[in-house]
Design a protein around this ligand. Structure first.
Ligand code: DGT
Ligand code: CA
Ligand code: CA
Length: 576
């Protein structure tokens, strides 16, 4: 039982409570716990076994009730409350909740009034306008439902990178224990750090494949064995498909290259091989019947006259040409990151104090963290008013003085994630904006404005001399909300001309800007801030890797990223 499984149980409890229209605070408590748990660095099962309820309650967002359930799940692998609730609702209804734009109230209504309990039924009813007859629902709702279903199907079957990666790592961890496993690597889209993952691909070198396959098909949490052979097996584990391939040591590099993909990248490499009279496949690099390479991945590139291409670039987006001319950039790395320019604290909707966020920053080896609590407009997120900004400032000053006195080379920057309102104005007066060290502008409302209006809204913010960074510039939430309509080329131009930094939000369901947009920023000469948007301290360390990987997919080097700079150099790159 992994943290992720526990998070899934709490999410499902919250889902069912939503359908039952139960107390919103209770629902939020389960959600909050799920969000904390899924990014927690320590193993919950271990904490539960060692310290029980008392120890668990120290985790932010985990109260008495949830702590008890964690202990129960750790002990029995099951949660009674969860099981009882599941019996109360038809399984299809839970799937309906996963459709973007469709809320629990609508679902309960269509179920109670016309007996709908599956996506297919809902789609049919919306298409034949049966929903219009239900009070409170109309043509607009039907249209929204159909759009939501379309969106849902586009993502269906694909998992977030952050869900697939820990699963894959734990499989690798298990298989590594076998003597029969000589080498092992993650391949496929996961090794390329794509934002969503169709299936997990794992590659093993072994002389005793049968043993490896036996262990693989007996892993904890297996739901189905789709295929089992000596060289390839496929299983379904906790809702994710996993492919395992076993190869000989001499083929490892060629197989790693082949199964890392992408398919389009592979095709380009194979063509280059053909032109040089070589055959390149998952078994090796061959001239005629003679194997001339394939034990290591470098062999493949070398034999077709290319420099090594990091997995994140293998999408056939110009990397082959770049490798030919020795122009592969030295991509930014996790160790390059020197600070976080967007985190939340208790002063708005974060779970930890400023001090706790700072301590975490210090432990990550950072030089600074910008606490960017919300402005007032984001009511539910507990936005700060002017008074609170001033009170918070005192706390920040106190902390910084302490760090200075103790000789700790770390600074808390006073920041705010300030709403860019739908009328283009900022949610704080210029005087307050000016008083802050860093201003992060963000769109949080009226996502449906047309392209020209939305573009102008963000352009206006960038033209404000106090706005340093634009947070999550497209507003997308993977699987939930499509990006809003906006003219990205224009945003890049204005960002360049005004010296505004664009954020790459590292949260795995945002990754916004995405890789393609990051590369566009680089072409325009716009700097990127890789920020976490952490709402609790553990998230800071847990999600930054997704941001860095996405930056790498966008061809970014350390110099393209503002927060690879030390404090003074970084501040010079902001507007003030
Ligand atoms: P996914 O699973 O949809 O997130 O994406 P991938 O890239 O992991 O794709 P997957 O699992 O179907 O296959 C793994 C790799 O195997 C893929 O990246 C490249 C390679 N591969 C699969 N099918 C073909 C093919 O038809 N031709 C070539 N050249 N390579 C292929
Ligand atoms: Ca795959
Ligand atoms: Ca696969």
């Amino acid at each position: 039982m992994m943290n992720l499984d526990m998070a899934r149980i709490f999410d499902e409890i919250a889902d069912i409570l939503e359908l039952k229209a139960e107390n919103p605070f209770k629902i939020r408590a389960y959600r909050r716990a799920a969000r904390t748990i899924e990014t927690l660095a320590q193993d919950l099962k271990v904490i539960a076994e060692r310290g029980g309820v008392g120890e668990l309650k120290k985790i932010p967002g985990v109260g008495e009730g949830i702590a008890k359930k964690i202990v129960e799940i750790a002990k029995t692998g099951d949660c009674k409350t969860h099981r009882a609730l599941k019996e109360e609702v038809p399984a299809g209804l839970l799937e309906l909740l996963a459709i973007p734009r469709v809320g629990p109230k609508t679902i309960t209504k269509v179920h109670d009034e016309i007996g709908i309990s599956s996506i297919e039924q809902l789609e049919e009813a919306a298409k034949s306008h049966k929903l219009e007859r239900i009070s409170g629902l109309g043509a607009k709702v039907e249209e929204n439902i159909l759009k939501g279903i379309e969106q849902y199907r586009r993502y269906k079957g694909r998992k977030l990178l952050s869900e697939a990666l820990p699963r894959a790592e734990s499989i690798v961890h298990e298989l590594k224990k076998l003597d029969a496993v000589e080498r092992i690597t993650i391949a496929g889209s996961l090794r390329r750090w794509r934002e969503t993952i169709g299936d997990i691909d794992i590659l093993v070198v072994s002389r005793r494949p049968k043993e490896v396959m036996d262990a693989f098909t007996r892993l904890d949490g297996i739901e189905d064995i789709v295929a089992k052979g000596d060289t390839k097996s496929s299983i379904v584990l906790k809702g994710i498909d996993v492919d395992l391939r076993v190869v000989d040591a001499v083929s490892f590099g060629a197989a790693a290259h082949y199964f890392t993909g992408s398919k389009h990248h592979n095709i380009r490499i194979r063509e280059l091989g053909v032109r040089k009279g070589l055959k390149i496949n998952e078994y090796g690099v061959f001239r005629g019947d003679v194997r001339i390479g394939g034990e290591n991945e470098e062999d493949v590139f070398k034999n077709v006259g290319l420099a090594y291409i990091p997995p994140e670039l293998r999408e056939d987006r110009g990397e082959v040409e770049a490798a030919k001319e020795n122009r592969i950039p030295k991509l930014v790395e996790p160790n390059d990151i020197k600070g976080d320019l967007h985190v939340h604290t208790k002063w708005s909707d974060g779970k930890n104090s400023i001090e706790e966020m700072a301590e975490t920053g210090i432990s990550l080896g950072y030089e600074y963290v910008a606490v960017a609590d919300h402005s007032p407009a984001v009511g539910i997120a507990g936005g700060m008013n002017e008074d609170k900004v001033k009170q918070r400032e005192k706390e920040i000053e106190g902390l910084n003085t302490r760090f200075e006195n103790e000789g700790v080379d770390f600074r808390v920057l006073s920041a705010s994630e300030v709403d860019i309102k739908s009328d283009c104005s900022m949610d704080f007066t210029d005087a307050i904006l000016k008083s802050l060290d860093v201003v992060v502008g963000a769109v949080h409302s009226k996502f449906s404005q047309d392209r020209a209006t939305m573009t102008q809204r963000i352009v206006t913010a960038m033209e404000n001399e106090h706005v340093d960074i634009i947070a999550h510039p497209t507003g997308r939430v993977l699987g939930k909300r499509e990006p809003y309509e906006v003219d990205m080329g224009r945003l890049m131009e204005v960002a360049r001309d005004t010296g505004t930094v664009m954020e790459l939000n590292s949260f795995p369901n945002r990754l916004d800007l995405n890789g393609v947009h990051c590369r566009m920023a680089k072409d325009y000469g716009v700097l990127i801030a890789i920020s976490t948007d952490a709402h609790d301290a553990t998230q800071m360390g847990a999600v930054i890797k997704y941001g860095v990987a996405t930056a790498r997919r966008g061809w970014l080097e350390a110099k393209d990223v503002v927060n690879t700079r030390g404090l003074e150099d970084m501040i010079k790159l902001l507007k003030r």
